[in-house]
Design a protein around this ligand. Structure first.
Ligand SMILES: Cc1cc2nc3c(=O)[nH]c(=O)nc-3n(C[C@H](O)[C@H](O)[C@H](O)COP(=O)(O)OP(=O)(O)OC[C@H]3O[C@@H](n4cnc5c(N)ncnc54)[C@H](O)[C@@H]3O)c2cc1C
Ligand code: FES
Length: 277
């Protein structure tokens, strides 16, 4: 886990953010580009509490690294009341941000290693922010591989980025559970892709972000391949209300995911079986 960067002086206070641009990137996901004066540097893996008066707040991960003066990029899936209302907003309208919160990824610990990025569903959003940061300094890492699974081809997102990522030195492998007309890629679970890999376990670090059901199978496979628990990082999704360690909604045993996570190394989750439910 990375140390938190110096952030806003008033972390509990929502700050207004203006939607500069919003793109539909699938039937259920939109990519928001936000300008916001009150936000300071954040790390891949951290999240904002995104709010709209009258609808509430929800944790949403950053999906691109912090760049001074650049828009904040958030990919939001329409899941319910708040995210439905966010999807109805257009450029020029405002929403509210608190954060960024949580511990993100510490890329310094990954230097010199081969990296295996394994993701499913909306997990590609936070993963994208890590990928973009790593690809900025491609030479500092060994082999980089992305394994990305979705239910159906039309649920794959950020596919426009794939060509650039490949050019920048990322090996991109995609799979879907159910093929659709015109799809020529792999079919099967993301764990099937892991089975086809040849990795050097001693020099490989894995990062896993996806639905909880994916974690148990992926982790079992990675451990069978010989990766150590210290070199497997997971980002956990939990119900959150406050985002700042006050309400207990995100608690697993003695850990508050909003504060201690959402990024954990597998060894730090010992005895926290609930993390995978
Ligand atoms: C650390 C973190 C980062 C996240 N990053 C993203 C992101 O980048 N993009 C994104 O689209 N979503 C992300 N989510 C999930 C997002 O917060 C939920 O989809 C959102 O809270 C739903 O709010 P709502 O009011 O629209 O839905 P609600 O009306 O509250 O619920 C709609 C449905 O979603 C389910 N749901 C609500 N919250 C969660 C949750 N935390 N986990 C699983 N199911 C839930 C409910 O049970 C219900 O079935 C993240 C969650 C966490 C904890
Ligand atoms: S969301 Fe309130 S304690 Fe974590």
């Amino acid at each position: 886990m990375a140390k938190k960067p110096e952030t806003v002086s008033t972390p509990y206070l929502p700050v207004p953010a203006t939607i500069e641009r919003v793109e539909s990137i699938s039937a259920a996901e939109k990519l928001f580009y936000l300008s916001c004066g009150g936000v300071t540097p954040y790390l891949p893996g951290q999240f904002f509490m995104v709010g709209l008066p009258g609808y509430g707040e929800a944790p949403i991960s950053v999906c691109a690294p912090f760049k001074k003066g650049a828009a904040i990029e958030l990919c939001i899936r329409r899941a319910g009341n708040l995210t439905g209302a966010l999807h109805r907003l257009v450029a020029g309208e405002r929403l509210w941000l608190r954060g960024a919160y949580g511990h993100g990824f510490d890329t310094a610990l990954m230097k010199g290693r081969g990296l295996l990025f394994i993701t499913g569903g909306i997990g590609i959003a936070p993963m994208r922010s890590l990928l973009l940061e790593i690809l900025e300094k491609r030479d500092e890492y060994r082999e980089l591989r992305l394994l990305y699974g979705a239910k159906r081809p039309d649920e794959l997102i950020f596919t426009d980025d794939f060509a650039r990522w490949k050019r920048d030195g990322l090996n991109v492998n995609v799979t879907v559970d159910e093929p659709q007309a015109g799809y020529r890629g792999a079919v099967g679970l993301v764990t099937d892709l892991i089975g086809r890999l040849k990795v050097e376990p001693k020099s490989t670090t894995a990062v896993v972000i996806g639905p909880p059901v994916m974690y148990r199978f992926v982790v079992a496979r990675l451990k069978r391949m010989g990766l150590s628990e210290e070199e497997i990082y997971l980002s956990l999704e939990r119900r959150m209300k406050c985002g700042v360690g006050k309400c207990g909604h995100c608690q697993i045993n003695s850990s508050y995911v909003c504060q201690d996570g959402p990024v954990y190394s597998l060894d730090s989750l010992a005895g926290m079986g609930e993390a995978f439910k």
